[in-house]
Design a protein around this ligand. Sequence first.
Ligand code: PLP
Length: 355
Amino acid sequence: MYIKQSIEQLAPYVPGIQPQMDGRVIKINANENPYPPSSQVQELLGGFDYAQLRYYPDATSQRLRQLIAAHYQLPSEHLFCGNGSDEIISYLFQVCFEEQDTIATPYPTYTLYKTIADIHRVHTEYVPTRDDFTIDTEALVQTGAKGIFIANPNAQTGLMLPLAEIEELLQRYDGLVVIDEAYMDFAPASASAIALVGKYPHLVVLRTFSKSYSLCGIRVGYSLADPALVHALDKCRDSYNVSLLSQLLAEAAFKDQTYLQRTIQWIVATRDRVAAALTELGFEVLPSEANFVLCKPVHGSAIDIYDYLKARQVYVRHFDAPRLSDKLRITIGTDAEMDVLLKYLHEFAEVRSTS
Ligand SMILES: *Cc1c(COP(=O)(O)O)cnc(C)c1O
């Protein structure tokens, strides 16, 4: 075969399972949003003239860049749009790291950083989070890595790294610092590192339309960074990396900040209610600022609960990995979906205590 050895040996990224969605399935395993996107998205799709699809899209997603930049009060030279923020992560490896370089990232975190690093033959040094899963920025700096990737709030845990600690990191470390804010819309706005873009040229902030805007399906993400880095990303990207429809739909969704804030409030309220209910049921729940909670059953094993829920068409996420295999990651769905989940968890606890 003609496949490079490094790719043959690569462990691929494993997403949450995508069950056939019939009416009864509750899919709370991939941190997708339970609410539909803004109605502006539907309106645009309904009125869309399909003949427009014969044209190439705007190569630089200029209107979208300007819209987002204006919202964050930054010049649009700081903005870059990608086919999902995952694509931007790939470009960062093309632009910033040589083969055999090392990046550092906390453990646990989003596993895609290592997958993409592997593809580019860049080493990943995992730095364990503390016993309470908080991120140790000093230990990340101590690795001497060429770049540091931090998901904030962190993937898998939902914990947040305070902005002051990120700024301190930026002050004493001069490698590339990537702050992946895929879940930041569910946290207080004052926690975002976007406030530091423009002040630190080695900072990249990643954002996505997938989670808070409920648009996983259109694959649009963006980054905010120094104009020189944006220029380098532009040299590396596919000529038309964001599709014409995706650009238009992302613009429509972004303009509807009222709907965004409303759905975020619903999810945050549900999250806090579910966290309290899980605690009552005897789970240890990590304090989450995201649209999911990581929790550890104190009675019964995580995998038994996972199987029990799956048999009832409720799909949560279980990671067969150190410090995670005794826990479940549960995406916050609608209140009705969470009530079904909690009902089954009650049932599971009762079956256990009577058997
Ligand atoms: C979901 C997720 C992403 C992926 O975003 P896309 O824009 O859908 O590619 C990136 N980072 C983290 C931490 C995520 O959880």
